[in-house]
Design a protein around this ligand. Structure first.
Ligand code: GCB
Length: 631
């Protein structure tokens, strides 16, 4: 029984499962003293490594979308499994004959108590909550199943790729486990070379969106816990050794040199061709024996900016693979309390956005949704968006590149995750790595954000400092920030002195004066100070309003209250000399189970400038007018 409970308890994490396997292994070693011949130990070691071998998830591959691939989007058969019957046997041990086998009875007498074919289906990509009423508030396991054929080619490697599944996924191909992935907003893939047949492949995914105390995020958030395969699924194809990662960028102060670095999947000294036709660049990069190549090229690209979001077609050619991207070139830096884009001081006229389409009340994904959300931001007069509170789908970033919107991109280190736990730190780093690898060629992203509203403590400071160091090691061409809080006040002065300020380039600050604290007009006498010689952005302010609910400006949840709050806030913010941008909370009303006020909230956070149907509230026009005149 003890063993079963332990197994159940540790079910959540691949690393922890490995540790358990280790413990069992070493325990059993102790009991077989009398048998400890060299041969037996070697045999057991081999067994042990075979046990953990399935867990090998490939490091993130950059630009999967740009590879030869087939899409597995569309309808997937599903089984809803709140008791995880398809995974555990009745002794709560991992079952050997679970739903992942996708078995059919072999005779009329055969007993198989599930059938994907006869069950319901869901569209992928998409959350399950918005597709089936009975799944609206479901938190648990859903099994997804799909068949596919694949035109196999000689000497090609294959990868099964998921844009994102929320939150914990276990993937099986043709009845065998490929591996597991934790994290609801980041891509992952498994190598399936040699495991795919030309006909009738069967892929099964167990997706579990139960909230976990040791997850990133943890159990408590102010957004909806949409479950499912929420982003695209592909089988992608590469040659034997392929370009796994690449980056093209300028460096601050130099607009005439394009730096490029490329990393192959395996060590190999080989030439890689770079083509940027519009800049007349055609160069060979020589990879060293580690499979890494870099080059600096004299060239004077037109700089990417919100006014002119110039992008160039870029091609990288290795063997038979040609990888295409569209890349913009710009610099971003801070100087004292200024933010400089392409060497010139800018003010970030922003808005915060959740990855949710209000009319569908579901997760946003793909170019059409991105166009709608970012199109609204442009209409509002923004040059910048805060993509809260987790990495958004790739289409959002590509659309921001095209439309000319600067981006703050963040991981869900939100409120009170377990800062003291090194495993949680590892999970946050994995998400950072995936976010940065996937999006580091997007000119639009100017800020990587480490966290949102985290309580000051030594554990939290060390945790986020470690994230900062790690991010800089992955990409040192962007600014780091985090949405901090005012923890220190003197009379009518807010003092931003969070110890994290030391490690960040830009001080993010969330404040809700006039909503969670004081009255809107209190903003008029408020002053601000910081102990850091760094720029600040107000990463959130705002208040709720139900669209169409009108009254006096001092009545909560009326459009007039929200409008009045914005008018007072903007007057205050204009007087802060080190303020270099804002991203008020939020573009559109969004679903949140925390918001229960009947007749007003009904499960929606009402701080949107647009309603849950996309209608403009009065405060929209206040901010729109402000942005029109703001320099
Ligand atoms: C915040 C959080 C955000 C919430 C918002 C609110 O400070 O960062 O996730 O949704 O406040 O509406 O309370």
């Amino acid at each position: 029984m003890e063993q079963q409970i332990t197994k159940k308890k540790y079910k959540g994490s691949v690393n922890e499962e490995r540790m358990i396997v280790c413990q069992h292994f070493f325990n059993s070693l102790r009991y077989i003293k009398e048998l400890t011949t060299m041969k037996i130990s070697v045999f057991l070691f081999i067994l042990f490594f075979q046990t953990i071998a399935y867990c090998q998830e490939l490091a993130v591959v950059n630009n999967i979308v740009g590879r030869d691939k087939i899409s597995l989007n569309g309808n997937w058969q599903i089984l809803i499994d709140p008791y995880e019957n398809g995974f555990y046997d009745y002794r709560l041990k991992e079952s050997q004959s679970g739903y992942f086998l996708n078995e059919k009875p072999k005779t009329k007498q055969g007993l198989i108590e599930y059938d994907f074919v006869k069950s319901d289906y869901l569209n992928v990509p998409g959350d399950w909550n918005s597709q089936r009423e009975k799944l609206e508030l479901y938190e648990g396991t859903v099994w997804y199943q799909k068949n596919f054929d694949y035109p196999l080619k000689k000497d090609k490697r294959l990868f099964l790729y998921f844009g994102a599944c929320n939150y914990y996924s276990i993937v099986y191909l043709n009845g065998k486990k490929l591996g597991e992935h934790e994290g609801g907003f980041t891509p992952f893939c498994f190598e399936v070379t040699g495991k795919v047949n030309s006909k009738e492949n069967n892929v099964v995914v167990k997706v579990d969106n139960k909230r976990r105390a040791d997850g990133v995020p943890t159990t408590n958030t102010d957004w909806y816990n949409y479950g499912g395969i929420t982003r695209d699924v592909y089988v992608a194809e590469t040659s034997e050794n392929f370009i796994q990662d690449y980056k093209l960028n300028l460096t601050n102060g130099d607009f005439k040199t394009i730096h490029i670095s490329v990393k192959l999947n395996k060590p190999e000294s080989k030439n890689i061709k770079l083509l940027i036709p519009e800049l007349k660049i055609s160069k060979e990069l020589a990879a060293n024996s580690n499979g890494e190549a870099s080059l600096s090229i004299n060239s004077k690209p037109i700089l990417w900016s919100p006014e002119n979001p110039k992008l160039y077609d870029v091609y990288l050619v290795k063997d038979t693979d040609t990888l295409k991207d569209r890349i913009g070139f710009r610099t971003i830096e801070t100087k004292g309390q200024d933010i400089l884009l392409n060497g010139k001081s800018i003010y970030l006229k922003g808005i915060s956005i959740h990855e949710e389409i209000p009319q569908r009340a579901g997760r946003a994904n793909g170019p059409e949704d991105a166009k709608l959300l970012l199109g609204w931001a442009k209409e509002l007069g923004c040059n910048y968006v805060r993509l809260a509170h987790y990495p958004h789908n790739e289409a959002m970033l590509k659309m921001a590149d095209e439309m000319g919107l600067m981006v703050w991109s963040e991981i869900p280190v939100y409120w009170t995750i377990h800062y003291e736990d090194q495993n949680v730190l590892k999970k946050a780093k994995d998400q950072l790595n995936a976010m940065v690898t996937q999006n580091k060629n997007r000119a639009s992203i100017i800020i990587w954000s480490m966290a949102n509203e985290t309580p000051v403590s030594d554990d939290r400071n060390n945790f986020i400092k470690s994230l900062c160091d790690y991010t800089r090691s992955l990409d040192n061409t962007r600014l780091l920030s985090a949405a901090l809080e005012i923890s220190h006040k003197e009379n009518d002065t807010n003092i931003l002195d969070d110890p994290l300020g030391e490690y960040l380039d830009v001080l993010g600050c969330n404040e809700y004066l006039g909503w969670y604290e004081g009255k809107p007009e209190d903003a008029l006498t408020k002053t601000w100070k910081t102990i850091y010689n760094k720029p600040m952005v107000i990463s959130e302010f705002g208040g709720g309003a139900l669209y169409g609910f009108h009254g006096e400006k001092d009545e909560r949840f009326t459009e007039e209250y929200q409008e009045y709050l914005y008018v007072n806030q903007l007057a205050m913010l204009d007087k802060i000399p080190f303020l270099k941008g804002i991203s008020p909370w939020i573009l559109v009303d969004f679903k949140s189970p925390r918001r229960q006020l009947h007749g007003i909230q009904d499960g929606w956070n009402r701080k949107g400038l647009l309603s849950d149907r996309g209608f403009k509230k009065k405060a929209w026009f206040t901010l729109n007018k402000y942005y029109k005149h703001k320099k």
